[in-house]
Design a protein around this ligand. Structure first.
Ligand code: NG1
Ligand code: ZN
Length: 533
């Protein structure tokens, strides 16, 4: 049975604040770092229980608030294959985080163990990490108390990126099996990605240096280490690496800043030359946005949709050259936030599916293809290969030298990609491979299709829970007549599209709009926001 005495003693050190209601949302628990102590303790216990339920497989816990401001923090659980926590456990997490007292917490735990049929005698293993936020160390200590209460075996992966933590979970759980995913260390990660990348870059002409905006976060540490493995293949210039400067994290820099403001971080203005490309990571290095300046120093953004297009087209080409088009179907997954032009371009070439916001939806839909490419417009995404697809790629016998070359490229690409989750550094290497192989600069890449002007605005409303959506969040069914009013407005704009949905991570409603001109787009967004308010 549960070690009730240990849990009680340690739980009393991490009391739940009375007035706060926590919610395990699309990004786990996320709010101000200073109110998360009890949540981390309880997540430690929950992670141990999840591990026991899965027969001692290692569960991951990541302490981060990604692109959110520095005072925020958060925590999410990672399942054994490196995926997001199974959704049925999200509500258990919410319930456990909100029980008011230690006694109620313990009885909720006892109920949970019983109804979920968890065998407490099984071992529990958890690997955990945090980003660079100042609130991180104390929260990790609270998590460790939770693990201690359950006598779980903990492995502290230190300060690292979210995707590296996912990689560690997957490699630990597949160690020594035929599905082995690499060595279960950070070094294993860097070696796996970089050696595949370096092979793909052999014989390519030298590239101008890539400027990497590290958002003053943990990506700075990871990008620095990675760059040592790339000395002969990719010159990089690391910017916004001030991880110890209070208030700097994600402040006027990083992938979210660039995507939302559609402009260069001010700190890069004097650094980026004409026709030079750069990219921004977010605070935990799982999102990536590219950009370049043209010859007139005009800024152009290359977001998740542009990455999807570049990568999916390249993989399709390789598969075709290898002669496996019939056996390896490539498909794309997007959300409603994908630019209409990208959807149009892709749909004319590939199967494209639209799913609700949140990586788990994209990931699961992508797994339905042999090779699934998914990115949120904000730059979070990856490519997933089904097991049969991987087996085929590594066992296929090519019949011509051209096929052999393409097949080897495909094999190396598989190893550059972090299939567990969106990974800014892995995605960056993937983009660089395609650019090098196609001899593309930013402008050539950008020219595949032209983005429709778009605008994303937040509206603060008294209760966002009254907003209910259907059709992959593209239409509202509540409140009442709102969707009809939006539909009516949209018809007045050429190529107009707009939708409204409640955020899963912030207490706001988001309004998205696109149309053929900047002015029309802003006007549409403004008027739809007016309807919502
Ligand atoms: P919400 O707050 O539900 O819109 C945001 C992003 C998602 C996803 C999650 C998790 C937008 C419009 N939404 O979700 O794509 O990244 O955060 O971090 O970018
Ligand atoms: Zn992130």
């Amino acid at each position: 049975s549960l070690p009730v005495n240990d849990i009680r003693r340690l739980s009393d050190l991490h009391p739940k604040p009375q007035d706060i209601n926590y919610q395990y949302g699309t990004a786990g628990f996320r709010t101000l770092g200073k109110v998360l102590d009890s949540v981390l303790f309880r997540v430690g216990i929950l992670a141990a229980l999840r591990s026991k339920k899965l027969d001692g497989k290692t569960i991951g816990v990541m302490v981060t608030a990604s692109h959110n401001p520095e005072p925020d923090n958060g925590v999410k659980l990672v399942d054994p294959r490196g995926e997001m926590l199974e959704s049925s456990w999200e509500s258990h997490a919410t319930v456990l985080a909100n029980t008011p007292s230690t006694d109620e917490f313990i009885s909720a735990l006892q109920d949970f163990v019983k109804t979920t049929k968890i065998d407490i005698s099984k071992p529990a293993r958890v690997v955990y990490a945090r980003d660079t936020r100042p609130s991180g160390p104390a929260l990790v200590a609270a998590l460790e108390d939770g693990l201690k209460a359950m006598s779980a075996e903990g492995r502290n992966a230190g300060v690292t990126t979210t995707p590296i933590l996912h990689y560690l979970v997957r490699t630990i759980n597949t160690k020594g099996s035929k599905e082995s995913y690499g060595t279960d260390t950070e070094e294993g990660y860097y070696t796996k990605l970089s050696s595949a990348f370096n092979k793909l870059m052999v014989g390519r002409p030298p590239r101008p240096p890539l400027v990497i905006d590290c958002a003053n976060g943990v990506g700075a540490l990871a990008a620095r280490v990675l760059s040592r493995y790339l000395v002969n293949s990719l010159p990089v210039e690391l910017e916004n690496t001030a991880i110890d400067t209070p208030g700097a994290l994600n402040n006027s820099c990083g992938a979210d800043f660039v995507k939302v403001n559609q402009k260069l971080p001010p700190s890069l203005t004097d650094l980026l030359g004409p026709c030079q490309r750069g990219c921004s990571l977010d605070g935990d290095a799982d999102r990536l946005i590219y950009f370049y300046l043209d010859e007139h120093r005009q800024f152009h953004m290359l977001d998740g949709d542009k990455i999807t297009t570049l990568v999916a087209s390249f993989i399709v080409e390789l598969v075709k050259t290898v002669g496996l088009s019939e056996k390896l179907k490539v498909g794309v997954v997007q959300t409603a936030y994908a630019n209409g032009s990208s959807t149009k371009y892709l749909s004319e070439r590939l199967p494209v599916k639209c799913v609700p916001t949140g990586v788990k939806h994209l990931h699961h839909a992508a797994e339905q293809y042999d090779i699934g490419v998914y990115f949120e417009a904000n730059g979070h995404g990856t490519v997933v290969f089904s097991q049969p697809a991987q087996d085929l790629i590594f066992s296929h016998q090519p019949s011509t030298p051209t096929q052999l070359t393409a097949l080897t490229h495909l094999q190396n690409i598989l190893n550059v990609i972090n299939q567990t989750v969106g990974d800014a550094l892995s995605d960056m290497l993937l983009v660089e491979v395609v650019l090098a192989h196609k001899s593309y600069g930013g402008a050539e890449w950008d020219s595949l299709y032209t983005d429709l002007p778009n605008r994303l605005v937040k509206v603060v409303v008294p209760d966002r829970n009254i907003f209910k959506t259907v059709d992959a969040e593209r239409r509202l069914v509540s409140p009442g007549a709102l969707q009809n009013k939006i539909d009516e407005l949209v018809t007045k704009y050429s190529e107009g599209r707009s939708f409204v949905r409640p955020s899963g991570t912030e207490d706001v409603v988001r309004v998205y709009a696109e149309a053929t001109t900047r002015r029309q787009t802003d006007d549409l967004a403004f008027r739809v926001a007016g309807l919502v308010y």
